[in-house]
Design a protein around this ligand. Structure first.
Ligand code: GRF
Length: 266
């Protein structure tokens, strides 16, 4: 067993993935220890789980920032190191056809909340990895750049309830089920500047039967998530993950690039 990594988690709700990660740290399936659990919602069960395991917790609510901007955009206090032009150029959360004012409002309000998040994180000492475990907020380039200080070694992970790139967004299992898919799944990936779009670390699939309800699909999916997330985190702890850009040339001469997370053998 190598040295333990320090892991921070962000949540918004029940935190069943958080629990799976805590349990894996405690029983040695992850060479890591939990440094903090942050939430954008007060009073959620995930914070109670953290308390029970004596993991420091904190809350940063986004609502006050969003309301303050709507009331007086001209007086809205932005983080000193926030550069709106840089954030607009890098972000993939909104397409070019989205109204710029909407994108601007989103980036400014989120960066202000993220600046508070970063301060709370810093106050708890350095962490090696940040895991999003049911955190229902998109992180902007402002946060991502400040946390991922080494661009070649991303260190923010997310779990998504669908086989990406299908069904990004807030309701992966619901979208999979409503589409009539025969297979559902979940994905662990690194965060980039888009929504559920970063390099894929691991995926799990499960069959969807004609008799399954949406609740059955969610149940099957979560059982896969609770195994997949700790496994991917342990690969990170063992320093086995390497994000590489690969260039391919087709027979017709067309060249394309893809980003692959390679997992080194143990
Ligand atoms: C999970 O399906 C996760 O993939 C998604 O949010 C759901 C709730 O997770 N991001 P949890 O029980 O709060 O960990």
């Amino acid at each position: 067993m190598g040295d333990k990594i320090r892991i921070g988690a962000l949540i918004s709700g029940g935190g069943t993935n958080l629990q799976a990660i805590i349990d894996a740290c405690e029983d040695g399936r992850i060479d890591g220890e939990m440094a903090f659990v942050g939430s954008d919602q007060a009073g959620v069960k995930g914070l109670e789980r953290a308390r029970r395991h004596e993991i420091p917790g904190f809350v940063v609510e986004y609502g006050p920032f969003i309301r303050a901007y709507k009331q007086a955009p001209g007086q809205f206090e932005l983080p000193r190191d926030f550069d709106i032009a840089d954030a607009l150029a890098k972000q993939h959360l909104f397409g070019d056809d989205a109204p710029e004012e909407r994108t601007r409002e989103f980036l400014c309000t989120r960066a202000a909340a993220e600046s508070r998040l970063l301060a709370e994180i810093d106050a708890r000492g350095p962490v090696d990895l940040l895991v999003l475990a049911g955190f229902m907020r998109n992180l902007t380039p402002y946060f991502v750049d400040r946390f991922n200080t080494d661009t070649n070694n991303p260190r923010i992970m997310n779990i998504h309830p669908a086989i990406l790139p299908s069904f990004p967004g807030v309701d992966g299992y619901g979208d999979t089920f409503r589409y009539g898919c025969k297979v559902g799944g979940c994905t662990v990936h690194f965060i980039d500047y888009g929504e559920d779009s970063g390099p894929i670390i691991g995926q799990r699939a499960f069959p969807i039967l004609e008799t399954d309800t949406l609740d059955d699909v969610k149940h099957k999916g979560l059982e896969q998530e609770w195994q997949l997330y700790p496994e991917c985190i342990q690969h990170f702890a063992q320093k086995r993950l390497k994000t590489v850009k690969m260039t391919h040339t087709l027979d017709n001469g067309q060249v394309y690039q893809r980003t692959v997370v390679k997992i080194a053998q143990e």
